[in-house]
Write a protein that binds this ligand. Structure first.
Ligand SMILES: Nc1ncnc2c1ncn2[C@@H]1O[C@H](COP(=O)(O)OP(=O)(O)O)[C@@H](O)[C@H]1O
Ligand SMILES: [Mg+2]
Length: 241
């Protein structure tokens, strides 16, 4: 459902993403983990067709991003690390705007479904600037799911969420994955990945240094404790311990 082949990104002479190869299956929740500056956001922007790679290819549901970007993007629900909302629109107007970008039909039914799903049904006609932080985050999710994407790509989804919102997000992702949606999420919070992801890839200095289930990774790092944190430290810390 998602396929990255020899993906590389250079910023001038700095190698931000280094020959990444990765496949994520339909209905899988994949966690992309790495310390700050590892290359997660760069990879995600390339996957979403927002940034062109220096070399390598991205396929979404079999469609090459470089060859048919609009068709590939139509398959994706994309949630960036710093989403932008037009604060002078109402929640409903923002959904309408998003729906028009994605050619969503039966808009009102879908908008109502998504507003209900994210507990926003009581405020569709209020300006976004009056929404709380949590409401804004839920509106971003609602907008990203409006066109029923086959693939969800989300950068650090739990940053700034309270525990109840994190729980809701986990349940939502599990539900969507159960329906066959493929989910790719980056995080530096290992606990989130461990709780929710079917497989995890660890990216360090632009390269994928380990991939597998939590159990696989623990075995690989020679860690017996039930702690993914230690795996992460073992794999990404050099010369310090
Ligand atoms: N536009 C850019 N120009 C130059 N360097 C960049 C740019 N964007 C990111 N970088 C660098 O690339 C590396 C990876 O960044 P990023 O993908 O944002 O990492 P992460 O999301 O894992 O924290 C970092 O060292 C960052 O400073
Ligand atoms: Mg980032």
């Amino acid at each position: 459902m998602i396929e990255l082949k020899n993906l590389t990104k250079r910023y001038a002479d700095f190698l931000a993403v280094n020959d990444l190869n990765l496949s994520v299956e339909r209905g899988e929740i994949f966690g992309f983990i790495g310390p700050n500056g590892a290359g997660k956001t760069t990879t995600i922007k390339i996957m979403g067709g927002i940034l062109a790679p220096t070399s390598g290819t991205v396929r979404i549901a079999g469609i090459r991003m470089d060859e048919e970007p609009e068709k590939a993007k139509q398959k994706i629900g994309f949630i960036p690390d710093r989403p932008y909302l037009y604060e002078k629109l109402t929640g409903m107007e923002f959904l309408r705007f998003t729906a028009d970008l994605y050619n969503v039909d039966a808009f009102f039914k879908k908008a109502e479904d998504k507003l209900a799903m994210f507990s926003l049904s009581d405020w569709p006609n209020e300006l976004i600037e009056s929404y709380s932080h949590g409401m804004k985050q839920r509106l971003i999710m609602a907008a990203a799911l409006l066109h029923d994407p086959e693939v969800i790509i989300v950068d650090e989804p739990t940053v700034g969420l309270d525990p109840a919102a994190v729980k809701m997000l986990k349940e939502l992702f599990r539900h969507l994955a159960g329906e066959g949606v493929t989910i790719f999420m980056s995080t530096h919070t290992l606990k989130v990945a461990e709780d929710i992801c079917d497989r995890i890839g660890i990216i360090h200095k632009g390269a994928l240094i380990a991939i597998g289930t939590t159990e696989d990774l623990k075995r690989e790092a020679g860690v017996t404790a039930a702690d993914l944190e230690q795996v992460f430290l073992n794999l990404t810390t050099e010369g310090l311990i």
